[in-house]
Design a protein around this ligand. Structure first.
Ligand code: ATP
Ligand code: MG
Ligand code: MG
Length: 364
């Protein structure tokens, strides 16, 4: 449902802004929230939070606030500029982190980060490196943050063993009589149950630490300095939760180092690019290698494999359950997606020694 001008004006009037509002217009290429650029005495970003996806806006904003305040202090300690290197929440006139109107629209305001650009696609390898560095730097800034203080706004988000149970149930029920189309794919995930529980088992044993994970590590969630084209700031903190560093890394590899598209039908186009894997590893670990545990560094390849397995298994689960979660544009779209993820895992398995050797280079 589209916002009316009245609703927008009302929302704008609730925040403490410098100067008079001169304009407010749709901005950027985000898909989840409605984003507006507000021009007043200075520039701001107003967002209506997508409350269908984020059902707990209060918890969400508390997470964003905790993380931004912590990063701000760290950036100040390092002599940086927190207004450009971290999101800054602008509170409402009554001191709240967001404004909820009568129609249950949830609005929040940030300072606009000036002289930046965002890229929707990796146009050159430097972008991939910079993005890795930025997400590594995010980990580094938050390395002393008590991650257990964050709300799990999407419970069990990367609980791969639980997702495996959901997958088993979908196979068993086979409500849409589709099991017959994907026996091999089902077998693949059944034979990888152990891999799926690797990281959470280490977390339980205390061999991997609980960290702040961003959970949406795509390129356009990094703002680049318009002049230097260096990564400057991580934005889009909606999915910030307690999690594992190797999952943020792993998901970025899953979608960023695949030589083919996520829904490619020609599986010969799917592979793990080792050069891109190395480049992302370099950027990530140059930024945060000194603050990660040795076991985290060594487990980065597992992070990539688990994220790919988990994602592929979710596609297959959705296929078996009649495509009710992921948006599909053709029959078997989810099955095709599951197949690309399987092909990618298989290629990682072929290149496993190289992947492990690559991360070992960064051990202290
Ligand atoms: P996604 O589809 O990635 O989930 P979203 O709908 O959650 O996106 P954001 O990523 O928060 O929205 O913002 C959309 C775009 O607006 C960003 O890609 C960026 O270009 C711009 N943007 C957001 N916040 C700021 C800010 N504080 N300063 C400058 N630009 C911003
Ligand atoms: Mg975004
Ligand atoms: Mg988002």
């Amino acid at each position: 449902n589209k916002l009316t001008n009245e609703e927008l004006q009302n929302a704008l009037s609730r925040f403490t802004l410098e100067g008079e509002v001169k304009s407010c217009s749709p901005y950027g290429s985000g898909h989840i929230n409605d984003t507006f650029l507000v021009e007043a005495g200075r520039k701001y970003i107003l967002q209506r939070i997508n409350s269908e996806i984020f059902t707990k806006p209060r918890e969400l904003m508390e997470n964003v606030d905790l993380v931004c305040r912590f990063m701000t202090e760290e950036i100040k300690k390092q002599g940086g500029n927190p207004e450009r290197e971290s999101l800054q929440i602008i509170k409402t006139k009554d001191g709240s982190l967001y404004y909820e109107d009568e129609k249950k629209n949830f609005f929040r305001m940030y300072l606009y980060i000036t002289d930046c650009k965002a890229f929707d696609l990796v146009e050159k390898p430097e972008h991939f490196y910079e993005s890795a560095y930025a997400f590594g730097h995010f980990q580094k800034l938050l390395s002393d943050f008590p991650a257990e203080k964050l709300h799990e706004t999407i419970p069990h988000f990367h609980d791969s063993p639980q997702r495996f149970q959901h997958f088993l149930k979908a196979v068993e029920e086979d409500k849409y009589d589709r099991k017959k189309d994907c026996e091999e794919e089902i077998q693949f995930f059944l034979s990888h149950e152990k891999d799926l529980s690797y990281a959470l088992a280490l977390l339980k044993k205390g061999e991997l630490p609980l960290r702040v994970s961003h959970n949406d590590t795509k390129l356009n969630n990094v703002l680049f300095d318009a002049n230097t084209e260096k990564a400057l700031c991580i934005i889009d903190l909606d999915t910030v939760m307690p999690g594992l560093s190797i999952f943020d890394f792993g998901d970025a590899i899953r979608f960023g180092a695949n030589t083919g598209a996520e829904d490619e039908e020609d599986l010969s186009k799917i592979s793990l690019s080792l050069p891109l894997f190395s480049l992302y590893t370099k950027g990530f670990l140059e930024a945060c290698g000194s603050s990660l545990w040795e076991k985290e560094i060594l487990s980065l390849p597992e992070g990539a494999k688990i994220m790919t397995l988990e994602c592929g298994m979710r596609f297959l689960t959705d296929y078996l359950q009649g495509d009710s979660y992921f948006h599909v544009k053709r029959p078997r779209h989810n099955l095709d997606r599951a197949r690309t993820q399987i092909a990618l895992v298989k290629d990682m398995e072929k290149k496993w020694t190289e992947m492990k050797e690559e991360v070992q280079k960064y051990l202290p």
